[in-house]
Design a protein around this ligand. Sequence first.
Ligand code: PLP
Length: 455
Amino acid sequence: MSTKPNSIASRDVAYCLHPYTNARAHEDKGPLIITHGKGVEVFDDRGKAYIEAMAGLWSTSLGFSEDRLAEVANKQMRELPFYHNFGHKASIPGIELSERILAMAPVPMSKVFFANSGSEANDTAVKLVWYYNNAIGLPKKKKIISRFKGYHGVTIASASMTGLPTNHGDFDLPIANFLHTSCPHYWRFGKDDESEEDFATRMAQDLEDMILAEGPDTIAAFIAEPVMGAGGVIVPPATYWDKIQTVLKKYDVLLIADEVICGFGRTGNAFGSETFGMMPDIISVAKALSSSYLPISAIMISDKLYQGIANNSAKNGVLGHGFTYSGHPVCAAVALETLKIYEERDLFAHAADVGGYLQAGLSQFKDHPLVGEVRGVGLIAAVELIRDKATKANFDPIGKVGSYLNDRATEEGLIIRNMGDSIAFCPPLIITRDEIDHILTRFSAALNKTLEWVK
Ligand code: PLP
C-alpha cells in the first residue's frame, strides 16, 4: 500500500476500523479501495478491474451500474427524502413494497415489517416471536434454535443465533436461550456408511433430541438459512427440510426462514424456501431486496402471528418496536424498483440457467489436488480446499490456504471470498455465461498458484 501519510490508503489505516478484518494485519496490508463499478465489475483506485464474483456481500444482484435505481432514488429524495412508519404514519413506497413482497411470498404471509439490515430483521423476528408467545399465553416458550455454521447477523440476538466461533469468541455470546443444533453438511459430517437420507434423518433426530432435552414447552422457534451462506455455502441433503419440518410441527416450534442471501432469485427461485419446500412462519429478507444499493431489510409474518401480535399491541397500547428508518421511503422506492426489474428481466429464471452453467464449470475442479468438495445450487457455490483428499483432513490452521488463494484471485482480477478454506462464489444475478467463463479461468489460475505454494 502507499505509505505516504496523506494517501487515501494511509488515511484508511489511520481512521477506519474494518468489519471482518484482522485489524493488526490491516495496518501493514492496507485497504483495497474500490472507486466505481460497471456491470459485474468493480475498479480500484489504480483502475484495475475485478469481476465481483461475490456480488459484494452476496448482495448486489443487479451489478454495480443499474441506472434505474439511481434515478428512482433521486426522484424519491426530491419528493419525500424521509418519513417514518411510527404512530400510524406511512409513505407510499413502503406500502407498495409491502404489497409486492407479500405477493411474491412462497407461502401465504400477512404483514411486512421493515428494518435496515439482515441482523435487525432477524432480531425483529426473535422479538416478535417472544411477543407472540406472550400474547397467546405461552410465556415459557422462548428458546431459539439455530445451527452450527448458520449465519444470522451480528447484533446481540442475531449473533447469538449465528453458529460461528468468530462471532461469539470474546463477545460473551451467545446469550442465554439461544441453542445450536447440528450442521447439515453431509460431505463433512456424514458417517462413512451413512446415506444422504440417513444423514438427514440423523440431523432431524438431533433437533428432536435437543427439543426434548430442553422441554418442548420452552422452544419457540427454529431459524435457518435455506442454504447456509457464510458458514461455507452448505446445501442441505435431500429430504432434510421435510424431516426437520416434521419435528418442528410435532413440537409446535415456529420456523423462521432467513432468506437474507437466498431471497430474490439466488437459488434459481424467488426464495430458497421454494427450492427446498420450506413452509416458514416468518421470512427475513435484506441484501437483494434492494440489490444492496440502499440499506433495507424486512420480515414477513404469517397471519397466525399477526393476530397474536395485533392483540398484544392493543393490550399494551402500541407495538413497542420499530426503527427510525423502518420503511424509509428512498430505500423502499429503490427496493420496489429492484423487484420490478427482477420481474421484467426474468432474472430468477436467468439465475437458474446461468447458475447451472456456473455449477457445471466449477465441478471441473473436483479432481484438483487441493479440492475436497464443490457444492452449490443456483448462483451460489463453494469450493472447499483440503490437505488430504482421502481423509478429508483440513489444512492447519484452517483459512491460511484459503486466504492465500483469495489474494491470488485478487491479483487475477477476481473477487471471491474464503470462509476458512471454503471459497465462495455468489455473483450478481445479471452475470452472463461469458463472464462466468472469466471467473473460471481466473479461479483456475489462482488455484494453481496456490498449489505451487502449498507443495
Ligand atoms: N442472515 C444471513 C443469511 C446473512 O448472510 C447475513 C449477512 O451476510 C445476515 C443475516 C446479516 O445481515 P446484515 O449484515 O445486513 O446485518
